[in-house]
Design a protein around this ligand. Structure first.
Ligand SMILES: [Zn+2]
Length: 260
């Protein structure tokens, strides 16, 4: 039977970044957005396994800072991980072995990744879908989304809408553990939303025990993530933005979140 579900390993890096690891063959792994090398090396060496691929979603240092050290570590042990990122940002990413352009498929050992372009947080931001799993970088977070640094709110809304069209069962693996504060922000927008309050109790407990709050199903984001609900008239009404277009609702709550 073909494999549908991807097993992933979240590795906490820097302050609140996740480097997501998954197996590309029996003894090789891929690392997504290694902001630092140490925790990834520790994981691989403890298993006696190697790194075949490094996937980069965008150029920010907290997502790329470990690439060079991982490459050096590999070469010293006789293997060279392939570094994959967007051609559009090749000038500001670590040296790429595979520069992806537009929507395309990539082979990763025994697996295949689908690349989607999602400008907004940065102009060259891409996300990767492998089996049922989405590596969303700083575009979509659990209950939140990335800051719009380089694109426009319209562009970011388009990108998030593209992600929202993926199946509900997609498991979300984002670049940061921002879940608690994102959910607190969602609750502040809709203090009477009982479902959000119930989720908050659960997330408080998980965060308290220092458990990762992802992977989590995309279906839950479609239901509860305020940014993905920007085109829901009932939601707009709830937060006092009746009649505004989705991009305007999105821009308004993104601005509020920036100062939350
Ligand atoms: Zn970023």
């Amino acid at each position: 039977m073909p494999q549908h579900h991807l097993m992933v390993e979240p590795v906490l890096a820097l302050k609140d970044n996740y480097v997501w690891l998954f197996k590309t063959s029996a003894h090789t792994w891929a690392a997504v957005d290694p902001g630092e090398a140490g925790p990834v090396i520790h994981h691989l060496d403890s298993l006696g396994e190697t790194l075949s691929h490094i996937l980069l979603t965008h150029h920010h240092h907290d997502h790329t800072g470990g690439v060079e050290a991982l490459r050096r570590h590999g070469v010293a042990r006789g293997y060279t991980p392939l570094v994959i990122g967007a051609e559009k940002d090749a000038h500001r990413l670590p040296p790429l072995d595979v520069a992806v352009t537009g929507e395309q498929r990539l082979s990763l050992g025994d697996l295949e990744a689908e690349v989607m372009e999602v400008p907004g947080h940065t102009l060259g931001h891409v996300v990767y879908r492998v089996l049922d799993t989405l590596f969303a970088g700083d575009t979509l977070f659990r209950f939140g989304c990335g800051r719009v640094f380089e694109g426009t709110p319209e562009k970011m809304w388009d990108s998030l809408s593209k992600i929202r069209a993926l199946p509900d069962t997609t498991q979300l693996c984002a670049g940061h553990e921002y879940t608690l504060v994102n959910l607190q922000f969602a609750c502040s927008l809709e203090p009477n939303n009982a479902a959000l309050q119930t989720l908050l109790t659960h997330i408080f407990r998980q965060t308290d025990m220092e458990q990762p709050t992802m992977p989590s199903p995309l279906g839950e984001e479609k239901q509860y993530n305020p940014f993905l609900r920007s085109d829901d008239p009932a939601f707009a009404k709830n937060i006092g933005l009746t009649g505004l277009a989705a991009e305007q609702v999105f821009a308004s709550i993104r601005k509020k979140r920036n100062s939350f």
